[in-house]
Design a protein around this ligand. Structure first.
Ligand code: NAD
Length: 288
């Protein structure tokens, strides 16, 4: 039987609709959530991502500001711009679109963001909290992956989850979140030997590499849940994930499409993180 398609596009739309109501309630209480998107250089894919994020923000009622900077910007100047946003009370979330132009040290730039405004969850403080099991801000794509599986009631406790990819943005945090749901987790990467042997043992398979058709049908256990995080631009201009969707959907139990799977969930989680950051403004401040 063909797999059930996990429709991230429609789930993300319903999350955004609920967020819109939360924003309206916040605005009534005098807080308008604000998101600053920092775009340095003119990478065409980054421009598309930034446009989509800002559009979704505006539709949800979140104030969004685009800080467009030349690709030649220096490390110190970029840092100063971020410090300005840290101090800006109208801004609750700061997102620095990656990749940054060379030779900027992206890790140092991300560390300059105030952890409370780090809506991507990439700051070491937020990463550390996640790995210690006290998540403060969960990175958007891993959070979106987990929400999709939660919505579809995919069993995770005691199941074997295999994550392909070990980046700080996707692979490592999603592995951590799966562990928190009591899955047994294997992380594979470019140096893993016999990838197929590992993936065939997965009840849940997450592909986050950036290589079209890396995951073939014979690499998937029948009935497995296959989540495709990859985004690849093919020669004909179409988008494709890391999974051979047409073939794998014939054996998997659940599968996400690309586009329309994880991508829209990432944006919904970004807005959720930003709105949560704004809500903190209304929480009582600790005494002293
Ligand atoms: P990355 O380049 O930082 O990491 C890729 C990982 O894949 C590395 O850990 C590497 O070890 C591993 N890898 C490379 N070749 C491999 C192979 N042959 N076998 C096994 N592992 C291999 O990329 P990233 O930032 O983690 O992104 C991964 C993919 O997800 C990209 O296509 C990216 O565009 C996409 N992405 C999508 C979203 C979304 O919202 N849908 C968000 C972030 C990233």
């Amino acid at each position: 039987m063909a797999a059930q398609i996990l429709d991230g596009k429609s789930l993300a739309a319903s999350i955004r609709a609920a967020l819109k109501e939360r924003v309206a309630a916040l605005v009534q209480r005098g807080v308008k959530p604000g998101l600053a998107v920092v775009l340095a250089g003119d990478d065409p894919a980054s421009r598309v991502y930034v446009r989509n994020k800002r559009l979704a923000a505006t539709e949800t009622g979140v104030h969004s500001e685009l800080i467009e900077l030349p690709g030649t910007i220096g490390q110190r100047e970029l840092r100063e711009r971020i410090e300005g946003l840290n101090a800006n009370r109208a801004i609750h979330g700061i997102l620095v679109q990656l990749p940054l132009p060379k030779p900027i040290d992206a890790a140092a730039v991300l560390e300059a963001i105030a952890p409370a405004k780090d809506v991507d969850g990439f700051h070491e403080i937020n990463m550390g909290a996640l790995f210690a099991g006290r998540p403060a801000v969960v990175p958007c794509t891993p959070a979106g992956v987990m929400r999709l599986m939660e919505q579809a009631r995919i069993p995770l406790a005691g199941r074997h989850a295999v994550v392909i990819g070990r980046s700080n943005i996707v692979g490592k945090p999603v592995a951590q979140l799966l562990l928190q749901k009591d899955a047994t987790v294997t992380i594979c990467h470019s140096k893993s030997s016999d990838l197929s042997e590992l993936t065939r043992r997965a009840d849940v398979l997450i592909a986050a590499v950036g290589r079209p058709k890396l995951v073939r049908q014979d690499m998937v256990k029948p009935g497995a849940c296959v989540i495709d995080v990859g985004v690849n631009r093919l020669e004909d201009g179409k988008l494709a994930g890391d999974v051979d969707f047409q073939a794998v959907k014939e054996v998997a139990g659940w599968i996400t499409p690309v586009p329309g799977g994880v991508g829209p969930m990432t944006i919904a989680m970004l807005l959720e993180n930003c709105i949560r950051a704004a809500s903190r403004e209304l929480e009582p401040k600790p005494a002293g």
